[in-house]
Design a protein around this ligand. Structure first.
Ligand code: ADP
Ligand code: MG
Length: 248
């Protein structure tokens, strides 16, 4: 089943002489439950693509459809607006900024290179914050299962600066998947970790992908990590130059 559809997405930064075309007519689809690695040289547009997939940034043209909901479409004036197409109905209506924020919080899990934890909140608070912001109850059984799986059960009252890099990344993984999002987006999640911790983090992501059929899109510099995905998208100069399914 098709989960994510990227249609003719371009992104231009800046104006006139200083313009940078970070993405140039990118189209691809991701199936539900797929694990996709994105590789490419520095500056090729990988992070820009992930930001747009996550609804953090808007494309200059093109559209993103997640699970039947168009997150971005262009209106007649060429302005980016958010629209939501209700599944099974004809009606298309504008997604207001507030709705988009809630949609993002529910459907998209984000993992960053530098963890992006909130320094004054402890581990448990960091993990459950997105749910609480959404006025949703924390499923305590699921929370306990995840923290066990991620080896965080003895660290729930610690602050981020009392944890190692690998532990902080495990907290951010837990936060990303706690709301059972449609897709998890990870931008160089092992970029700040040593080999042993990197392997552990990728192992955990693969395990979650396998057990929970979690759709996962991950940017990585590391070829041995990319080869563990189901599929590798290679980006150069804002274009997809290779789309390869990994056979095992
Ligand atoms: P990657 O993640 O592959 O290293 P990025 O997506 O970060 O690449 O950047 C792609 C291109 O867009 C680069 O040339 C970068 O300088 C440019 N770029 C990224 N973000 C911005 C921005 N906010 N303003 C202007 N240019 C940007
Ligand atoms: Mg980047």
């Amino acid at each position: 089943m098709e989960l994510l559809k990227v249609e003719h997405v371009s992104k231009i930064y800046g104006a006139k002489e200083t313009q940078v075309k970070a993405l140039d007519d990118v189209s691809f689809t991701v199936e539900k439950g797929e694990f996709v690695a994105i590789v490419g040289p520095s500056g090729s547009g990988k992070s820009t693509l992930l930001h747009i997939l996550g609804g953090v940034d808007r494309p200059t043209s093109g559209q993103i459809i997640l699970d039947g909901n168009a997150m971005y479409q262009m209106d007649e004036d060429g302005l980016a607006i958010f629209r939501r197409r209700q599944i099974g109905r004809q009606s298309i209506y504008e997604m207001k900024e507030r709705e988009l924020t809630a949609f993002r919080r529910r459907e998209i899990g984000q993992i960053y290179q530098f963890y992006n934890l909130i320094p004054v909140l402890n581990v448990k608070e960091n993990i459950t914050l997105p749910l609480l912001l959404d006025q949703r109850k924390v499923n305590e059984d699921y929370f306990q299962k995840l923290v066990q799986q991620l080896g965080l059960q003895d660290r729930l009252n610690y602050l981020p600066n009392q944890l190692s890099g690998g532990q902080q990344q495990r907290v951010s993984i837990c936060r990303a998947i706690m709301a059972s999002p449609a897709v998890v987006l990870a931008d160089e999640p092992t970029g700040n970790l040593d080999r042993k911790n990197s392997e552990e983090i990728v192992g955990l992501l693969k395990q979650l992908h396998r057990e929970q059929k979690q759709t996962l899109i991950m940017i990585t510099h590391d070829e041995s990590i990319a080869l563990q995905a189901d599929r590798i998208l290679q980006i150069e100069d804002g274009k997809i130059v290779k789309d390869e399914v990994i056979r095992r």
